[in-house]
Design a protein around this ligand. Structure first.
Ligand SMILES: Cc1ncc(COP(=O)(O)O)c(C=O)c1O
Length: 290
């Protein structure tokens, strides 16, 4: 497996970082995950914009221009033998003597790898999946795509332990998101999602779903949903770059709606697949730097 570390492409076994890297010591870094279909990255610009924002909020220096990021990512894609990929990249604040305060004059550490993209299998798309719920006890900057994911990992483990697919989170009695995805609900044909605040990650897939809903004339509202409304919803979906759009048909052991993926989900799933096909057919890569 060829990975990227600090400007070099090398076999994963040769990619090493210092134990003093602040990513290792403090989880002091940010990351992105971009899905690649048939070697075409999906919404790359949007992912790069979000990376720039996360870096800015965390006050970590961005070591590359947007064009350089694109060039490295395309090269990483081309170095893999498989077509559908999940490109993971992270930037940490760099290597320094352990001290909470930010070190001066350090080089950020940049690591990128590609794995085969794993989307939900057809059976999950057709039948939906189960989720459990939990209190959202993470920090209050969930809008930063931080590599410090212990909170999300602990919450995801709650669903993993009972064989469920996701953990849906409530903070102060209101829906936020899930451990690794955004959440939409449908009530009487109206799609609803929490607004983008510091309490949720601004998902790239969330934006795609919103754009597709608008273009298709589906009713859509951004609104904080009380827990009872979520439990009484006709449909619940989770969205992420790897899950795409997936129906939750059971929450905490109780059926959601009639226990099957609903009609609005099926429509959105089709719109999403059509949109992906269009992007792949267009097959465009943004211009490489000169
Ligand atoms: C906590 C959380 N929310 C939402 C998402 C969905 O984001 P995206 O659609 O950009 O993959 C993710 C994805 O990793 C996530 O970890």
């Amino acid at each position: 497996m060829t990975v990227f570390l600090n400007g070099k492409f090398l076999p994963i076994g040769e990619a090493t970082v210092s134990v003093l890297d602040r990513g290792f010591i403090f989880g002091d870094g940010v990351y992105e995950l971009v899905p690649v279909y048939s070697r075409v990255p999906f919404r790359l610009e949007e992912h790069l914009v979000r990376l720039e924002r996360s870096l800015g909020e965390a006050k970590i220096r961005n070591p590359y221009s947007r064009a350089q990021w694109r060039a490295h990512i395309y090269q990483l894609i081309d170095a893999q033998p498989f077509d559908d990929q999940a490109i993971y990249f992270q930037v940490t604040r760099g290597v320094a003597k352990r001290d909470h305060a930010f070190p001066k004059n350090v080089e950020p550490t940049v690591f990128m790898m590609s794995n085969p993209l794993v989307n939900p299998p057809p059976e999950q798309v057709e039948k939906g999946v189960a989720a459990v719920s939990a209190q959202d006890d993470r920090w209050l900057r969930c809008d930063i795509k931080s590599i410090s994911l212990i909170g999300n990992c602990m919450l995801r483990q709650l669903s993993a332990e009972v064989g469920a697919n996701e953990t849906i989170l409530f903070r102060d009695g209101r829906l936020t998101e899930a451990s690794a995805s955004n959440v939409f609900i449908v009530k009487r044909g109206v799609i609803q999602s929490p607004p983008k605040t510091n309490l949720i990650l601004p998902g790239i897939t969330y934006d795609v779903v919103v754009e597709l809903a608008r273009a298709d004339g589906l009713a859509l509202e951004f609104k904080d949903a009380p827990e009872a409304e979520v439990r009484a919803a006709d449909e619940i979906w989770v969205t992420s770059s790897s899950k795409e759009v997936l129906a939750i048909v059971e929450l905490d052991g109780k059926r959601v709606g009639d226990g099957h993926p609903g009609p609005v989900f099926r429509r959105m799933y089709r719109l999403y697949q059509e949109f992906k096909q269009q992007v792949m057919r267009a097959g465009k890569r943004e211009a490489l730097p000169v």
